[in-house]
Ligand binder design. Structure first.
Ligand code: FES
Length: 188
């Protein structure tokens, strides 16, 4: 039977060794609880705390242990906002959607990030470089619209600033790469 992460196609592929880490982490959490459906939410919360998100195989393992359908676990995880189905990116982009930010362009900033990264809010880019989420007021309303980039607060975020933020993470070309490219062109 296909696993839910394959069947639904909503999960990113696991990293090397991640499956084993998930299995061990979930087993550890399950040992702390009686295998009863009423413990599902605390189990999911604890697994998420350990792994940073709820991978498909984790939900399947939990479902099997509690003897409930995996799709029920998935349904519950998607129903509540506090559960993440995508791994945190290496860089986390949090767009404030509090009232002050929303009124002056928070939604536009979010849509710009979505377009540039090719993902929707709540998702992570395929290489796990960036994750994008919306958050409630972060307490810097005078700088609206605000985006928190990793731990750094960015204010007055226009579409141009969105480009600037993403460009700042682009890796510089390796030293000499340009010269080598030029040499190659000259030789041809
Ligand atoms: S509403 Fe965005 S910082 Fe307050």
């Amino acid at each position: 039977m296909p696993s839910i992460h394959v069947k639904r196609g909503v999960f990113l592929p696991l990293l090397e060794g991640e499956e084993e880490l998930i299995r061990k982490s979930v087993s550890g959490v399950l040992q702390e609880y009686e295998a009863a459906q009423e413990n599902l939410i605390p189990i999911l919360l604890q697994v998420q705390e350990m792994l940073g998100y709820l991978p498909g195989p984790a939900m399947e393992q939990i479902a099997a242990a509690l003897k409930i359908p995996a799709v029920d676990v998935y349904g519950l995880a998607t129903f509540y906002n506090q559960f993440r189905l995508h791994p945190p990116g290496k860089h986390q982009l949090k767009v404030c959607m509090g009232t002050a930010c929303y009124m002056v362009g928070g939604r536009i900033a979010l849509e710009c990030f979505e377009r540039r990264l090719g993902i929707k809010e709540g998702e992570t880019t395929p290489g796990r470089e960036f994750s994008l989420e919306r958050v409630a007021c972060v307490g810097c309303c005078t700088m609206a619209p605000v985006v928190v980039v990793d731990e750094q607060v960015e204010g007055k975020v226009t579409p141009t600033r969105v480009d600037g933020i993403l460009l700042s993470f682009e890796k510089p070309a390796a030293p000499g790469a340009e010269a080598a490219g030029q040499k190659g062109e000259d030789a041809s």
